[in-house]
Design a protein around this ligand. Structure first.
Ligand code: NDP
Length: 324
């Protein structure tokens, strides 16, 4: 069934982050395809309420009165941050997710789309990973706090459907990149970290040093593609079970290739060094987008070369104000 007719209020939690801002620029830029007349979109930040707190979450829902929710808010970070703060990643995400789901039920939200991640899948698995395999074994120990908290979203989506008839579902993006990311070298994800490092190497005339061997393989999705597919999920995907939002398997790239594309995007011509004494994380996490392709066989993703060049340009132009 299509989402309820009539004016709708879409609350995007974590609306000021990488994915939230991607959705905003998609919805505001896409005209009729994005936000039809009568729809209001509200992009919440932590300043609108700390979702770890039940009373803040309730106040936000009372104020916005959402009919639909895209739940992105989370404590997120890269490999090194996850390894150092497992308890924080578990507890904060559990609190945020429990509060948001509880309020969505209470406020009779028509549809809730929450956000998982491919790094919540079992460490020991067969490839490609698909949506049915989330709970088939323990996640990689480097991010077990984050992973178990995220996995519980999937469990609770089914529980809320069974006990309360709620239309809750989730998306599973692969690694995301784009404008408005957190470009912290210490706590950020690989692409924004590489872009920031390359910026400094170019500015200071030093080598561009990449942590790890460069051999791990990853699938990256540009935040604008993820935005388009998330809005599609909200409007048209009716299953409770999650859907992987990823580029095709053939679009998997090595970290080395990404680093070289970043160097090109930044116009860096100095020495590129791979520091193999630093941890690599999982060698690969290849995900299947067969389910997505069964719904949207012709969707065309932005190429990495183009997406990275744009993101490098964005970082250079917004260096003073970018999160870093
Ligand atoms: P960002 O770090 O860019 O943004 C996080 C957002 O969550 C911000 O809007 C932030 O608000 C908000 N937030 C964080 N803590 C709280 C809190 N306690 N209360 C209220 N709001 C809070 O994250 P992304 O956009 O990268 O991630 C969005 C979702 O996508 C997350 O669920 C993440 O797990 C998932 N994901 C991300 C991937 C990636 O590669 N980035 C990969 C796969 C999944 P504020 O701006 O005020 O701090």
């Amino acid at each position: 069934a299509a989402p309820a007719a009539g004016p709708q209020v879409v609350l995007v939690t974590g609306g000021t982050g990488l994915v939230g801002q991607g959705i905003r620029s998609f919805v505001e830029g896409a005209g009729a395809e994005g936000a039809p007349e009568g729809e209001t979109w509200y992009y919440a930040s932590s300043k609108d309420g700390d979702l770890r707190k039940a009373e803040d979450t309730r106040a936000l829902f009372e104020r916005v009165k959402p009919t639909h929710v895209i739940h992105l808010a989370a404590k997120v970070g890269g490999l090194f941050h996850n390894m150092a703060k497992k308890v924080d990643f578990y507890r904060e995400n559990m609190l945020i997710n429990d509060n948001v789901m509880g309020m969505c039920r209470e406020f009779k939200v028509v549809k809730l789309v929450s956000c998982l991640s491919t790094c919540v899948f079992p460490d020991k698995t067969t490839y490609p990973i698909d949506e049915t395999m989330i709970h088939d074994g323990p996640p990689h120990s480097s991010n077990e706090g984050y992973a178990y908290a995220k996995r519980m979203i999937d469990v609770m989506n089914r529980c809320y459907r069974d006990q309360h008839g709620c239309s809750f579902t989730s998306i599973i993006p692969t690694n995301i990149y784009g404008p408005d990311d957190n470009f912290s070298i210490q706590d950020g994800h690989v692409i924004p970290g590489l872009i920031h490092k390359c910026y400094i190497a170019k500015r200071d005339g030093t080598p561009f040093t990449i942590w790890g061997s460069g051999t791990p393989l990853r699938q990256f999705i540009h935040s604008h593609d993820l935005a388009a597919l998330t809005v599609w999920t909200l409007r048209s995907y009716e299953e409770a079970d999650p859907i992987i939002l990823s580029v095709d398997e053939a679009a998997e790239v090595s970290i080395r290739d990404v680093a070289l594309m970043v160097a090109e995007g930044m116009g860096f011509e100095g020495e590129v060094v791979f520091d193999s004494s630093k941890a690599d994380g999982q060698f690969k996490k290849t995900a299947s987008n067969a389910k997505l392709r069964s719904y949207l066989p012709d969707y065309k993703f932005k190429s990495m070369k183009e997406g990275l060049a744009e993101t490098c340009k964005w970082f250079i132009e917004n260096f003073e104000t970018a999160r870093k």
